[in-house]
Design a binder for this molecule. Sequence first.
Ligand code: ASP
Length: 332
Amino acid sequence: MTTQAQAAQKWAIVVHGGAGTIDRGQLRPEQEAAYRAALAKVVEAGATVLDQGGSALDAVETAIHLLEEDPLFNSARGAVFTAEGRIELDASIMDGASLAAGAVAGVTRTRSPLSLARAVMERSPHVMMVGAGADAFSASQGLEQVDPSYFATHRRWRSLENYLKAHDLPVPAKPPGLERPDPANGLAHDEGKHGTVGVVALDLNGDVAAGTSTGGTTGKQWGRVGDSPIIGAGTYASNAACAVSATGAGEYFIRLTVARDIAALVELKGMSLQAAADEVVQNKLTALGGDGGIIAVAPDGQVAWSFNTSGMYRARAAKGEATSIGIYKDEP
Ligand code: ASP
């Protein structure tokens, strides 16, 4: 565990916007610029919270809100569609100081699923709520509700059509929302099936936190739940180890309990954060046939990312260090 004296000197934040097939030359210059600008804005917003002494949880929520609102990413507005042409959102958050956690799956009306996950953590006796019950809890807590058409975007609909055609499945009628101009201005990129967002942060108090928010995978069956809202799979945080947020083929991340596994290697084996992340992502995940990546931060200020796809939208910032933004594998 980090001592207060060590901790008092450092804050750090890492952000991801999904991993997948993102090769150089695949993004148009204006698309690449839009993603880099979005990541810069998000990491800066989270960094400002931390630099002013805000909590890791608040930094995670602030940064994820921006990602959820941005139609470039597969979370909340801009989320992918189920095979039935609907949008079902999953999110989770965890506080490394107390091991408190909150998660929601299959919610359809909450503007910020991440804030709903936080409400489950802070205002209910539960850790996880799903479907209609989670939607009802959200409304009862006064969280902003929106018509599901708010989340719909053109690029994700085209991705669904392509996916269903490739799998010889029927294409459902277009849902409401697609008649209005594309909120992403044609700039959203289909990075394969992933595009979840996540943030991990370390605050000046030495506490870490992690959060993840997603629409899941394009063409998923209704009711399917991925790793993002599963504590220990897509999200985990403990001051005894690190905070982790994942993106990728959720079924593999659940079976490997990826986030908790990385924390366990740090906590129990004393591995460095980067070595633990690489062990789980590059070795175990790859061997099982899963693809994706993770971001992580430890209470002593170590930060890491690791992914076995050609790209991952990502950014990091830390007190006294230059902000770093990356998309492709060959970037630092
Ligand atoms: N991990 C998410 C899921 O399986 C998808 C993603 O990362 O884009 O639901």
